[in-house]
Design a protein around this ligand. Structure first.
Ligand code: NAD
Length: 270
């Protein structure tokens, strides 16, 4: 119930999906949460339902592509609750029609994703760290993706920016560990958030199922619980790490099926 009691958490993109799960679970485990999102109506709805249940939650408009807006969200959190000790840099996105292979990617889209997916993590951390230093420590959690580690025929900017997030996580951990500021990341595989559900036809889900070690898909809470762990003192000796939470999707060597067939064909010949 009180795994993050007395912590003050700012969650970017907290109105939906993984951010909403993290905000909800952090509040239920005792944190005061600020839900920052450009979907302000969704953010208000989320905060109101938490407050109705007796938890502490506030909202602020956020445009994660704008430095001033990120700074305002950090300052609002400190004004509202007196400190900031947990930051979940969660906002991230891609546009499948523009974020293409290296030759064809729309360069404006590249710039937009570098700004929203990667620079927002730098800026959120940059504005939050002095407050965490003042508070005697804190936990920054970044949302990367398995796309940081796996190649793709498309989504070049998404993969590169998420790899950047995983690397920045290590830099923040190294640079501010002495101030008791930890920084870790989560790297989700496919998670059936409302956005993912509406974008994924059943055929695609079936393909994903075929390659998961576990016989089910990921849900937002599978990442939200990891965020609670990383925000809490349960993980106090853990920093600079990226937790891969992906149902075992990327475990197997992709050549296994073909190799097994080849081995079977040799056995048949023998
Ligand atoms: N869902 C997945 O399968 C998956 C897999 C790997 C990584 N991720 C990462 O998880 C994070 C959240 O994804 P999700 O699936 O929960 O998405 P989502 O679309 O369900 O939620 C994203 C939230 O962020 C808000 N948002 C988007 N752009 C914003 C901006 N510029 N400023 C402020 N708010 C903004 C949206 O309004 C929304 O509330 C992203 O960083 C994404 O890359 C998701």
């Amino acid at each position: 119930m009180n795994r993050v009691k007395n912590k003050v958490a700012l969650i970017t993109g907290g109105a939906s999906g993984i951010g909403l799960s993290a905000a909800t679970l952090l509040a239920k485990e005792g944190a005061k949460v600020v839900i920052a999102d450009f979907n302000i109506e969704g953010a208000k709805e989320a905060a109101q339902s938490l407050v109705k249940e007796g938890y502490e939650a506030s909202v602020i408009f956020l445009d994660a592509g704008d430095a001033k807006s990120i700074e305002a969200a950090v300052e609002f959190t400190v004004e509202q609750y007196g400190s900031l000790t947990v930051l979940f840099n969660n906002v991230g996105l891609t546009n499948l029609r523009k974020d293409l292979d290296v030759v064809n990617i729309d360069l404006d889209e590249w710039d937009r994703l570098v700004n929203v997916n990667l620079k927002s993590v730098l800026l959120g951390s940059r504005f939050a760290i002095p407050h965490m230093q003042k508070a005697g420590g804190g936990s920054i959690i970044n949302n990367a993706s398995m796309a940081a580690f796996a190649s793709d025929q498309t989504r070049t900017a998404y993969g590169a920016t998420k790899a950047g997030v995983a690397n920045m996580t290590k830099n923040i951990a190294t640079q501010y560990g002495k101030d008791k500021i930890r920084c870790n990341a989560v790297a989700p595989g496919l998670i059936l958030t409302p956005a993912a559900k509406s974008n994924m036809p059943q055929e695609m889900l079936d393909i994903y199922s075929k390659f998961n070690a576990l016989p089910y898909h990921g849900e937002a809470d599978d990442i939200g619980y990891a965020v609670v762990f990383l925000a809490s003192d349960e993980s106090k000796f853990m920093t600079g790490q990226t937790l891969q939470i992906e149902g075992g999707h990327y475990l197997a060597n992709p050549t296994i099926a073909d190799t097994n067939n080849w081995v079977a064909s040799l056995q048949n010949k023998a």
